[in-house]
Write a protein that binds this ligand. Structure first.
Ligand code: GCB
Ligand code: CA
Length: 894
């Protein structure tokens, strides 16, 4: 007999002989083959509704992944229907059937076989419904779910800097269980609650509370058995409890306390977990009715306002990130694997803290933090503003209860949060209305604080403020939570980066006795942008590095900073944003697709204890620059990240020597040659030899365009800009402008465009440019330019001139925290100039705003023949207003 068959036979024999019957839970997803349609008009709960032409989708699903990414402002916010025929076989008859949602944004109404089952409000918490009474066995059942992501003034969040993707965007399950079962009705919690009232090195106790339901028509007597296993599966402790439940009864007070000597603790470096098996047996113990397994971690922790955070008695600085749950072109509809990957990336960076923000996330995120030893804070999405209604308050409190009960057993969770920058969008500026608003917000805060403290006295509470303490003080919000979270952006929204540390010291002094965590900080970094003159708002990788280095240094110097969660682990979608990448907040240290930015490598080097070495600028594969050595090379600096003392870099097999690392990296002046370049880094850390390699394509531009050793092919120049941009779609390297010198190329006349902001001016603009996915190429500009000259050899050229009108006649609001409040822009329309190429007028009256509108990409390609060694001269003739040019591409046809 085949071995497998033999094994199966043995198991069957065993089961029969042990006399034990199983009646356990069955849990599986029903993610696939849903019919989907936007709109509300169809009464899709009815059998008669024809869905044959509806789209077929799989869950996780959102209906906004494309329209929240396109050029049209806004995204669909309204109702939509999901429909599915569900065949349930007869074997489940007589059992309880539950449908369980991990999350759907944001209001849900569920129908089964045309009957209303129930509804749920709130887009980020889990919920479930008992559908037993409406289910038909051995037949198809019509499941219809109406999901609505329209603005609802009574459901938080009302506004926030992230896109409210609608849909059933997390897994959906069916669960079948015995009528006597561990209850699912308590805010979709697991029905088992673990509390660890005493934990120290020598002893720990765990109180296991089971919520039990009897849905039989008669009274029943059962046994609850709890067994604790260690991580190797060895039984450590066991208890039994006899319970009698009348029909329809749910008991919540079924608790047992167990003691464990010398517990193996859950810690950041050793996230050890025991397993608690909670089993329900019939009285004779012959049938296992239900079973829930709960991981159990023993740890104790404390936040000290002066000294910071202690885990199991050991001081730890909590260093990590916040995280949003979306991904490139997928919106928030992510498979579990993508969530898992994010937590792995955080761990790999050496992070030990995750701010699960601004809302509870997929259960696998929490599971991973438990498994990997990452301390977490979880919060409900009460962001930016409140609505002064009891319903808003009630919904917020319900969310808080869901949050706490659903992730109650997680050893990784140490903080519950509520309210993020709640006064960012105050609807009133003064008077009685503002007073009332303060009062109401305080009431919401106090109620949430009390609710959470009552639900779970074992953890800390936290609220995050923006840099406007006077508002929070006016409403007493700085007093209410146990931990103050500060979201700080000095050196980004505010000009002076040194204000960061002053602010920390002020807050520490001002709010004596309060624990301080830097809950957010970060600059926007478009991974495609680089600069050797980095500055605020340029979105360059290099400014990102300067900013993060400053913040990390200052936080490390201050023990009272218990921890920090930089903003953000990943780039994320925010519909109202108009930065380098439209609708995207680029403050991630990883890209939307989790590409590694230099800032990620910087943290990895700073935080991780094992030896690491990584060449920076990793994703800058199409690079370019102008010859700046005698040897026909272009020297550009490249960071090499390492926690070794020194590193050596080889370029095309030549050593550039060794360099000492400082703050985790060394900058090498790398001489790039035209075409392929190979970078190889070596370092030694202790006994470990480290090695890294990177290949880079470099487009070298000669400084003498008629030079035959480096024949001219093309130049791509951004005007009014010291920045480099990588067009990753076409692999084209854009380089900064330079002033014209004979024999070479460059601009004549004019000044870089600077935009006024609430705090001085910035180079270039941050408005979204329509009609392009290369905003940085259009966001800078030379104003008053007279000519662009290039002394190219004779031949035929395609000369493309790039424009976007950046000036509008309406002033933009001050940039600071100006999230989602962009005013409509109207046209200037008064700029007109002529263009001639090599003396021939090609356009006489060019008006960008008139012809294309405001902030729209316009490219004109001219085919030009260069003769008699005269090169190219593109001249701009001012008529009205100033001449402008945003970028130029000169490409040699032949
Ligand atoms: C904040 C908010 C966060 C934003 C961030 C930003 O303070 O809490 O939701 O995304 O600033 O990037 O402006
Ligand atoms: Ca999931």
């Amino acid at each position: 007999m085949d071995r497998i068959v033999k094994n199966i036979w043995m198991v069957v024999c065993l089961l029969l002989s042990s006399n034990m019957l199983y009646s356990q839970r069955i849990v599986y997803t029903i993610n696939d083959g849903w019919r989907f349609q936007k709109g509300s008009r169809f009464e899709a709960q009815k059998q008669t509704c024809d869905d044959s032409l509806w789209e077929v989708v799989s869950i996780p699903h959102t209906w906004n992944e494309k329209d929240a990414d396109d050029e049209v402002a806004g995204f669909y916010r309204g109702p939509a229907w999901y429909r599915k025929q569900l065949y349930i076989d007869k074997s489940q008859e007589g059992r309880r059937a539950i449908i369980y949602f991990e999350g759907a944004n944001q209001e849900v109404q569920l129908y089964l076989n045309e009957q209303f089952v129930g509804e749920h409000k709130g887009g980020y918490t889990r919920f479930c419904f008992d559908i037993t009474s409406k289910l038909r066995y051995g037949q198809e059942n019509l499941l219809a779910v109406c999901v609505n992501n329209a603005y609802n003034p009574n459901i938080p969040p009302l506004s926030a800097d992230f896109t409210f993707f609608g849909g059933i965007y997390r897994d959906v399950y069916l669960q079948f269980m015995d009528p006597v079962h561990i209850a699912t009705s308590d805010y979709a919690s697991s029905g088992v609650y673990l509390r660890t009232p005493e934990v120290n090195k020598t002893a720990a106790s765990v109180e296991i509370t089971t919520l039990l339901t009897n849905e039989l028509p008669q009274t029943t007597e059962v046994i609850i058995e709890n067994i604790i296993y260690d991580a190797d599966g060895k039984e450590i402790k066991k208890t039994n409890m006899d319970v009698r439940l009348v029909s329809g009864e749910t008991r919540a007070n079924l608790s047992k306390k167990l003691k464990i000597d010398s517990p193996h603790l859950w810690d950041i470096d050793d996230p050890y977990r025991y397993m608690v098996y909670t089993r329900i047996f019939d009285k004779g113990k012959s049938v296992l009715l239900d079973e829930v397994i709960t991981p159990l971690g023993f740890r104790w922790f404390e936040f000290d306002p002066e000294k910071g955070f202690f885990l199991n008695g050991k001081w730890r600085k909590l260093m990590g990130t916040a995280r949003h749950q979306d991904y490139f072109q997928k919106g928030n509809a992510l498979r579990d694997e993508l969530h898992v990957r994010d937590v792995l990336l955080l761990k790999e960076m050496g992070g030990n803290f995750l701010r699960v923000s601004h809302y509870p996330q997929d259960p696998v995120i929490m599971e991973m933090c438990d498994k990997l030893g990452i301390v977490t804070s979880v919060e409900i999405p009460v962001v930016n503003a409140v609505t002064e209604t009891e319903e808003f308050l009630t919904n917020s409190v319900e969310m808080a209860k869901e949050m706490v009960r659903q992730d109650f057993n997680r050893p990784s969770v140490m903080i519950w949060g509520y309210m993020n920058e709640i006064f960012l969008r105050r609807p009133y500026t003064e008077g009685k209305q503002l007073e009332d608003y303060y009062h109401f917000t305080e009431k919401v805060a106090r109620t949430l604080e009390a609710t959470i403290r009552k639900e779970d006295p074992s953890r800390y509470t936290m609220m995050a403020y923006h840099n406007a303490p006077r508002f929070y003080e006016a409403a007493h919000l700085t007093e209410i939570p146990m931990i103050q979270g500060w979201n700080l952006y000095q050196g980004w929204y505010e000009p002076d980066i040194n204000e960061f540390q002053r602010l920390l010291d002020r807050a520490h002094k001002m709010y004596k006795g309060k624990v301080l965590i830097v809950t957010e900080y970060g600059p926007g970094v478009d991974p495609r942008v680089h600069s050797y003159q980095p500055e605020r708002f340029d979105f360059s990788q290099e400014y990102g590095l300067i900013y993060h280095k400053h913040y990390l240094d200052e936080m490390m110097k201050r023990p009272f900073v218990a921890g920090s969660s930089l903003w953000n682990l990943n780039d994320f979608y925010s519909e109202s944003r108009v930065d380098a990448v439209p609708h995207v907040n680029n403050k991630g240290i990883l890209g939307l697709d989790r590409e590694v930015k230099d800032t990620y490598l910087f943290y990895k080097t700073a935080l991780i204890r094992r030896p690491i070495l990584a060449i920076g600028n990793r994703e800058w594969k199409a690079r370019g620059g102008v010859v700046n050595t005698e040897q026909n090379e272009c020297v550009q600096s490249v960071p090499v990240f390492s926690n070794a003392e020194e590193v050596e870099l080889f370029v095309n097999n030549k050593s550039l020597g060794k360099k000492k690392t400082e703050s985790g990296y060394a900058l090498f002046d790398v001489p790039f040659v035209n075409g392929e370049n190979q970078l190889e880094a070596l370092a030694v850390a202790g006994d470990t030899q480290l090695h890294d390699m990177l290949r880079i394509h470099f487009q070298l531009v000669s400084s003498q365009l008629k030079d035959k050793t480096l024949p001219f092919t093309e130049i791509n120049v951004m005007l009014g800009s010291p920045r480099y941009f990588e067009d990753r779609v076409a692999n084209v390297a854009w380089i900064p402008e330079q002033e014209y010198k004979p024999g070479s190329w460059g601009f004549v006349g004019g000044t870089p465009y600077r935009r006024k902001t609430g705090f001085g001016t910035m180079l270039g603009s941050d408005i979204d440019i329509c009609g392009t996915d290369m905003n940085p190429v259009f966001q800078t500009q030379r104003v008053g330019i007279e000519s662009f000259k290039a002394d190219v050899p004779d031949g035929e050229y395609s000369v493309s001139l790039y424009w976007a009108e950046l000036d509008s006649d309406k002033k933009k609001e001050a940039l600071i925290y100006n999230l989602g409040a962009d005013s409509e822009q109207t046209l200037v329309g008064n700029r007109s100039f002529g263009i001639s190429i090599n003396g021939i007028t090609v356009v006489d009256d060019f008006n960008v705003a008139r012809d294309y509108g405001y902030a729209r990409a316009a490219i004109k390609k001219f085919v030009v023949t260069v003769k008699d060694g005269k090169g190219l001269s593109i001249d701009f003739h001012k008529k009205e207003g100033e001449t402008i040019l945003n970028a130029i591409r000169i490409y040699r046809n032949y």
